[in-house]
Design a protein around this ligand. Structure first.
Ligand code: LLP
Length: 419
């Protein structure tokens, strides 16, 4: 459920006409709904109210400082995967004791920063990483709180690029090796075992993979207990899908309900790492049609947003609804490819899509663009990154200015011998 809807054939973000935002801030423009986002956060909080839990928003989905502030205000923590995300989370006010740190390639300076901030735990992805964390903790004279990210080898039935919990994926430690690695961790002086972590993939639209993987992890927790290793935090990752087209993903409350019988009677704090299901449908990408173009084969709508602004269609062939900002006569339909200005054939937002006939100058909204939209955008073709605006009721606030050409070259240096 989101708060982008039509009133008299005009698309609104909450109570603000999208066209007025497009005119004021220009396009491409990411527009977020405060009401949608807080609603999603509260859906998670309500769902897990009966468990001791920490909701760690996965920053990788969207790390805009203003949005992070909303998570902070709602009492959330952060799931981070880099020193940069640590910086952003802490800067937004998020308490380090609600920060969990995953990722297969943590560098020593990043590990050190996280230790100094005293984060809740490192989700460790390999034996070598564990030793590295132990060494750095020893150097700093501290104990590093760790969970091992266990790969439960469960198929989340999602796009192969975003499935992470299969044996062939690079993530986590093999399920069969888990006890051995926990033993190893136990033997390391500057490691304190506090938890266990799993994350099996993203855009998961059924409950079963969550249940199946949790069952495996719970067996492991019991085995560890028998060996005197106590797990206080059970991090069940993120991954809950959203509706892009016809999907019908479970609500956070369904997830919580299905997990309840499995977790009953356990003295454990649940950590959640939702990203997409928080922000995905809380944001849209507004763009303007520059030209329409007809070839023998196809109709094209060329827009001012391209794969550098929203990479998902290109990278995963992901489907995003495209709605006209002003709705017109519904009989005027076309089939078209909606493409960007980038010099790549793969630069499209939609292919063979049935749409209202659009003319040059018309605005369109690419829906469900709040997660992995701006966060994955780039400057390819020297295109400044888009602006971002947050709508709250009838008010709206710029939360990221459009990049300038100067921004494009701000870090570049011409060596003296070339001047
Ligand atoms: N926790 C970990 C350890 C993760 O790797 C991820 C996502 C999440 C949490 C959050 O998952 P979510 O709740 O958002 O599904 N760029 C891709 C998605 C990549 C997801 C990577 N990991 C896309 O646009 O579909």
């Amino acid at each position: 459920m989101h708060f982008f809807d039509y009133k008299n054939d005009e698309l609104y973000a909450e109570e603000v006409p999208v066209i007025s935002l497009a005119r004021e801030y220009g396009t491409p423009l990411f527009v977020y709904s405060h009401k949608t986002l807080t609603r999603h956060i509260r859906a998670y909080k309500d769902a897990f109210v009966n468990f001791p839990h920490v909701i760690c928003f996965a920053l990788k989905a969207n790390s805009n400082s203003a949005l992070l502030r909303i998570f902070y205000n709602e009492g959330c923590g952060a799931d981070i995967v880099s020193g940069g995300e640590l910086f952003r989370a802490v800067r937004a006010g998020i308490s380090p004791d609600k920060i969990v740190y995953a990722g297969v390639g943590k560098k020593s300076n990043e590990i050190e920063a996280a230790l100094k901030h005293k984060i809740l735990m490192f989700n460790v992805e390999s034996e070598q990483e564990m030793t590295a964390i132990n060494d750095i903790a020893e150097k700093l004279g501290v104990k590093a709180p760790v969970a091992l990210r266990v790969n439960p080898d469960i198929d989340p039935k999602t796009h192969e690029y975003i499935s992470t919990g299969l044996k062939k994926n690079k993530f986590g430690i093999p399920f069969e090796k888990a006890v051995e690695y926990y033993d190893l961790a136990k033997g390391l002086k500057n490691i304190e075992i506090v938890g266990i972590h799993k994350h099996i993939g993203s855009q998961i639209t059924t409950i079963e993979p969550f249940i199946d993987s949790l069952k495996r992890i719970l067996v492991l927790i019991d085995n560890l207990k028998d060996k005197g290793i106590n797990i206080s935090y059970l991090d069940i990752g993120g991954g809950l899908g959203i509706k892009y087209e016809n999907e019908n993903p479970p609500h956070p409350s369904e997830l919580a309900e299905s997990l309840t019988p499995l977790l009953k009677g356990r003295d454990i704090t649940i950590v959640l790492e939702p990203g997409r299901s928080m922000v995905g449908n809380a944001g849209i990408l507004v763009s303007q049609a520059l030209y329409t173009k007809k070839t023998e084969e196809k109709d094209f709508i060329v827009t001012d947003a391209g794969m550098n602004d929203l990479m998902r269609p290109t990278l995963y062939h992901a489907f995003h609804n495209i709605f006209p900002v002003i709705r017109r006569d519904s009989n005027m339909r076309i089939y078209a490819d909606v493409v960007g200005p980038i010099c790549e054939t793969g630069d499209f937002l939609a292919r063979d899509r049935e749409l209202q006939k659009l003319d040059a100058g018309d605005y369109l909204a690419v829906m469900s663009a709040g997660a992995y939209g701006y966060a994955m955008s780039s400057n390819y073709n020297s295109r400044p990154r888009a602006a971002e605006v947050l709508v709250k009721g009838s008010e709206y606030f710029p939360i990221n200015r459009r990049e300038t050409y100067e921004d494009l070259v701000k870090g570049e240096i011409i060596p003296e011998f070339l001047t």
